[in-house]
Design a protein around this ligand. Structure first.
Ligand SMILES: C[S@@+](CC[C@H](N)C(=O)[O-])C[C@H]1O[C@@H](n2cnc3c(N)ncnc32)[C@H](O)[C@@H]1O
Length: 195
């Protein structure tokens, strides 16, 4: 059964339009974010796709990266692009990587593909697996909204900034910055409170 929310079906097309663009949309924002994270930090990329462009930025910045994606075709491309990076072909909902403690986690273009319940559960797992002071960056529209993904034809949904902040704070995560990139993607930059 497909756990990739339709991405496995359109993987070849996704590789052409996103997975070969080294400086694709979002890379400058991620490069900027990563400046605040020390080299050698342990990082997790959720919904990594082919690893290009986002995971590659993490690797180039000398992070110890783990990655997960549920599309076998995209994972096989990832393994060609970034052969030495530990990667799991699984739904983020069932990943074993959440047993590891991370200094930073990124979810670019993923959260809003999940059902509302699974978004809440995932944010909880992220909060649990981050070290105190750890960073979490994710994209999702600021407004609460639902729409049809133009590539997969599946429904996506943002819970909206207010709801995300409530869920994040229940999981010891605080939003430190919100911003948009050149592709109009909206980012929530968060950090886990230190106990
Ligand atoms: C919009 S793409 C973003 C990919 C990548 N982060 C990038 O910037 O190119 C969403 C990705 O999430 C993956 N995905 C969707 N649902 C997933 C799930 N439940 N668990 C793991 N990966 C999932 C898809 O296979 C796809 O690679």
């Amino acid at each position: 059964m497909d756990k990739s929310n339709g991405y496995e079906n359109i993987a070849k097309r996704f590789i052409q339009i996103r997975g070969e663009e080294i400086d694709g949309i979002g890379t400058s924002s991620v490069r900027n974010w990563i400046k605040s994270i020390p080299q050698n930090s342990t990082m997790l990329d959720l919904g990594c796709g082919t690893g290009i462009p986002i995971t590659k930025v993490l690797v180039e910045n000398k992070m110890k990266v783990y990655a997960i994606d549920a599309s076998p075709t995209l994972i096989s491309e990832f393994q060609k692009n970034l052969p030495y990076i530990p990667v799991e072909c699984k739904a983020v909902e069932n990943s074993e990587f959440f047993n590891i403690k991370f200094d930073a986690i990124i979810a670019w273009g993923l959260i809003f593909l999940l059902t509302s319940d699974n978004q809440v559960k995932l944010l909880q797992k992220i909060g649990n697996s981050l070290n105190p002071g750890g960073k979490f960056l994710f994209t999702a529209p600021k407004q609460k909204t639902e729409w049809t993904d133009i590539l997969t034809n599946r429904k996506s949904r943002s819970l909206g900034a207010e709801k995300y902040k409530q869920i994040l704070s229940k999981n010891d995560l605080t939003v430190i910055q919100e911003f948009k990139d050149e592709g109009e993607n909206y980012y929530f930059e968060t950090t886990k409170i230190r106990n």
